[in-house]
Design a protein around this ligand. Structure first.
Ligand code: NAD
Length: 425
């Protein structure tokens, strides 16, 4: 006899693009759109794959692959991060670009969605090599990026230094300085105050709203955070500052746990020194997979796609999952968690803080004017809370999950923009 749980575990998830397309199909069905409009929303408007020859420091040449996918630009220039990861694929970038379209529409920032990737592990390359790869990639995709066409930002494995190299390569090619070609750049090149912490601050605004919605008090709540990079580390820090006991965190090398709560500032100092959470003296080591199924109130996956899946969704004990990462929950897991009463706050809402402050950075750049850190943080908080309220209202009114409500809202905004503009020719 096949049990429900065994049947679910037997489903092999086909990857992030499959999840993204399934979410879109569900929204299209709820919105009763025709197949033509569905296809228009499902397919990227433009994509580019490039070879990137890199001269290594030892003189040898290695050829890497880079991608840039622009999923949609009906509402404005395409916008999205650049990922450096050895496993990055074109289908993964397509999924991430589509989620960017929905995220920008949901939070009503005037962009479409894009994403880029290069098949490399930055840990294995020198700073000089990373600079050369980034500049050559920029040069290859130059015809399709620009402040009015497509604006890259940091993602996994990239940071504000990467953005500075892109800005420099782009600017030297066009013959004048163009800060607005990227966001998430250093403040001394026109970056916004508060951009580095924006995604994680946004995650925590949403996590606190979800805890309140479920009647939980932060000072009596516990959390586990997967990933301790730009998003995970800040999320753990701001959760702890709000009084939540963060009892476990992980990175690609391992996981650490302290049931009395981790000292996040000390852990950040340890990571700055050693490059990993592993070996932190104020904690025990646990298996990385076990972090996801710990007995906590709140789980924040802030690393990669597909980690909450049919194999572990039945064992998730958290009552709230706030998606710091893009696509951490597979479609199968989404159904299982919903059936079990676990509240899943979708990525396109939960981690939108980054693109909101990227938009602020772009707006400040266009005005040649800088806002204070307080102004940025207040505006971010207000947009995140408004996003939460509107998604929750739609979910309640239409009896949808938060993901369905968020996707339906976003997809309808993109479709309306497209229909108002009309089809050319
Ligand atoms: P990052 O490179 O700064 O950090 C990634 C972290 O995840 C690192 O600590 C890494 O060791 C860890 N990691 C990788 N694989 C892991 C695994 N299998 N298990 C546990 N940990 C693992 O990247 P980031 O910018 O923090 O991005 C994390 C996620 O957040 C991605 O899904 C990204 O698309 C999403 N995101 C980032 C931003 C942003 O502004 N940086 C905005 C929105 C969404």
């Amino acid at each position: 006899m096949t049990t429900a749980s065994a049947a679910a575990t037997a489903v092999v998830n086909a990857g992030p693009l499959d999840d993204a397309l399934r979410q879109l199909s569900a929204a299209v069905e709820l919105l009763a759109y025709d197949e033509g409009l569905h296809q228009l929303l499902a397919k990227p408007r433009r994509e580019m794959a490039v070879s990137i020859p890199l001269r290594r420091d030892d003189g040898t040449v290695e050829v890497l692959t880079g991608y840039r996918v622009q999923h949609n630009f009906s509402r404005g220039p395409a916008k999205g991060g650049l990922r450096y990861s050895p496993d990055v694929t074109l289908d993964e970038v397509r999924a991430l670009a589509m989620w960017m379209t929905w995220k920008c529409a949901l939070l009503d920032v005037p962009y479409g969605g894009a994403k880029g990737g290069i098949t490399l592990d930055p840990a294995n390359y020198s700073t000089a090599e990373l600079s050369r790869v980034t500049r050559r990639y920029t040069n290859e995709i130059l015809p399709i990026i620009g402040p009015d066409t497509d604006i890259p930002a940091p993602d996994i494995g990239t940071d504000e230094q990467t953005m500075a190299w892109i800005m420099d390569a782009y600017s030297t090619s066009v013959g004048h300085t163009v800060p607005a070609v990227v966001t998430g750049k250093p403040v001394n090149l026109g970056g916004s105050l508060g951009r580095q912490s924006a995604t994680s601050r946004g995650v925590v605004h949403i996590a606190l709203a979800a805890l309140a919605y479920r009647g939980a008090t932060p000072s009596r709540a516990s959390a586990a955070v997967q990933g301790f990079g730009k998003v995970g580390s800040g999320s753990a820090q701001f959760l702890a500052e709000a009084g939540v006991q963060v009892i476990a965190v992980s990175d690609r090398y391992g996981a650490v746990h302290n049931k009395a709560g981790l000292d996040i500032a000390a852990l950040q100092a340890h990571v700055a020194q050693t490059g990993s959470v592993v070996g932190f003296v104020g904690a025990d080591t646990i298996d990385s997979d076990d972090l996801l199924t710990l007995d906590v109130d709140l789980l924040v996956p802030a690393a990669v796609e597909g980690v909450v899946n049919a194999a572990n969704a039945h064992r998730i004990q958290a009552s709230i999952v706030v998606e710091g990462a893009n696509g951490p929950t597979t479609s199968e897991a989404d159904e299982i968690l919903h059936a079990r009463g676990v509240l899943v706050v979708p990525d396109i809402l939960a981690n939108a803080g980054g693109v909101i402050v990227s938009y602020f950075e772009w707006a400040q750049g266009n005005q040649a004017y800088q806002w204070t850190a307080d102004e940025v943080e207040q505006r971010l908080e207000s947009r995140m809370k408004q996003g939460w309220k509107s998604v929750l209202d739609t979910a309640t009114r239409r009896d949808l999950t938060l993901r369905q409500a968020a996707t339906v809202t976003a997809v309808s905004r993109v479709a309306e923009a497209h229909l108002t503009r009309g089809l050319f020719p």
